[in-house]
Design a protein around this ligand. Structure first.
Ligand code: NAI
Ligand SMILES: N[C@@H](CC=O)C(=O)O
Ligand code: NA
Length: 435
């Protein structure tokens, strides 16, 4: 058998410990498929003494992750520390500049610095791979950049954050409290070190920006992802959605918008109402699902575990197997300087139905003011679906569904209502898929 591929691991948390466990458990199978063994030579994390359920005594220990890049016998550095900048970025730059291939699960870093790192990897002639960074264990990067490579893809969307999906589907199934379910997602290893990244939609936005770059061959624009998380979703919204035949899911959508003079890049992460008959409605727990539409392949649906130790480690090791086989590939499917630069597209002309939920003072005239704002903005109301107590003392929850129309109408109605004392808190707006 050929010489081993020597790797060094930085970060031994959920993902890092999973990679050690997977490489040890499936060593023989991996060596056969990679046509050479994959050997862990060095490891680094913050705490050497922590029990991770794996025996690290046979591996060289480095206190500082930056030292991982300086080891002359290492072929590939695997970064599982996290964070868009800081030690992860320093390690990436140093490893690539030093001629080492680089594998990471870090979507925050790739969303912010992926183009720089891809250009550096191309210049150094090394591989930069990050399958684990988007939709965890689902081979969606490989699927789009290889399996779907012959297609023009102009739309990708789906469920990209396991923690949010776990929270929403568990609240829906059990009626449990948001904070309690989030704590459980953290215990299960799904959440980011700072779970604000999950619940505010930032993690899904990182993944969407990467996915769009790969699917469309465009330069990453994380800064242009319109992002709303699930912290504003109340148990009453979940119950109301269910009564209407929908579930709530955090959806990321990226599209090439060709309605303007020049094509634009539309990217948005937002909670949506998904009709129960739609395939995304049955995606529960930490499962992710990505839909890609290509001009020859039609619609592809990728579905599987989006977070957690085993699935994420599986994606990391798949990248290592590619490198062991000598398959470098381009990080974003094509050389980074050839990626097209698109300006962000506006959402106003997008057509659809929306769900709007307001928390309003319990007094006469409030509903009339809301419906007047809708009328003045040209928004047609399909149904007022709720008027019940459920907010704080003296407040009621009012929700409505619009007929299909341009999103600019809904934005205009909300602008009219802004600052009105008829609306006690910022309203929740969700687009409706299916039904
Ligand atoms: N947990 C999951 O399901 C998934 C995580 N990811 C990504 O994988 C990466 C790692 O995530 P987890 O394993 O969940 O995180 P974690 O918090 O469980 O582990 C992080 C590891 O990095 C080490 N570390 C953190 N800061 C350090 C520093 N300044 N110096 C030295 N070591 C440091 C910690 O000691 C720990 O060993 C992140 O980029 C995350 O976004 C990607 C897909 C799924
Ligand atoms: N925190 C992330 C982990 C995987 O990317 C998530 O919940 O999806
Ligand atoms: Na993946």
């Amino acid at each position: 058998m050929a010489e081993p591929l020597n790797i060094a691991l930085a970060g031994l948390g959920t993902v890092g410990a999973g990679v050690v466990r997977l490489i040890e458990t499936n060593a023989e199978l991996i060596a056969r498929r990679a046509r050479r063994p994959i050997r862990i030579s060095a490891v680094s994390a913050r705490d050497r003494t922590k029990d991770r359920g794996v025996d690290l005594s046979g591996y060289r220990w480095l206190d500082d992750p930056a030292d991982v890049a300086g080891q002359s016998d290492i072929d590939v550095v695997v970064e599982m520390v996290g964070g868009s900048d800081g030690p992860a970025l320093a390690l990436a730059r140093k490893a690539i500049a030093g001629g080492k291939s680089f594998v990471t699960a870090n979507k925050a870093m790739i969303a912010h610095h992926g183009l720089e790192l891809a250009a550096a990897a191309e210049a150094a002639g090394v591989a930069l791979k990050f399958e684990a960074a988007v939709a965890g264990g689902i081979p969606v990067i490989k699927g789009l950049s290889e399996g779907a490579a012959a297609n023009a893809i102009e739309r990708v969307y789906g469920i990209l954050n396991g923690t949010c999906n776990y929270i929403l589907s568990t609240m829906e199934d059990t009626g449990r409290d948001f904070a309690d379910v989030l704590a459980e997602a953290q215990r299960l290893g799904y959440a980011e070190a700072d779970p604000t990244f999950d619940v505010e939609g930032i993690d899904a936005a990182h993944k969407l920006a990467i996915l769009a770059g790969i699917a469309f061959g465009t330069r990453l624009r994380f800064d242009a992802v319109e992002t709303t998380g699930i912290s504003g979703v109340m148990a009453a919204d979940i119950a109301q959605a269910r009564a209407l035949g929908y579930v709530i899911r955090l959806i990321g959508t990226a599209e090439i918008d060709r309605r303007g003079a020049a094509p634009g890049l539309f990217q948005r992460v937002r909670p949506h109402l998904i009709h129960c008959d739609h395939p995304l409605a049955s995606v529960d727990g930490a499962t992710n699902a990505v839909v890609a539409e290509g001009n020859f392949m039609g619609r592809l649906l990728f579905q599987g575990a989006g977070a957690g130790e085993g699935p994420t480690a599986s994606a990391v090791v798949a990248d290592l197997i590619d490198i062991a086989r000598g398959e470098k590939g381009a990080a974003f499917s094509m050389p980074s300087h050839e990626l097209e630069s698109l300006e962000p597209a506006q959402s106003g002309h997008r057509l659809g139905r929306s769900y709007l939920r307001f928390i309003v003072p319990d007094r006469p005239g409030v509903l009339a003011e809301i419906t007047a704002a809708m009328r003045d903005a040209g928004v047609s109301i399909e149904s007022f679906i709720q008027k019940g107590r459920g907010g704080e003392e003296g407040e009621v929850i009012v929700a409505l569904v619009t007929h299909e129309g341009p999103e600019s109408g809904v934005s205009e109605a909300l602008r009219i209502l802004q600052g009105s004392d008829s609306v006690a808190k910022p309203p929740l707006v969700m687009q409706i898929i299916g039904g």
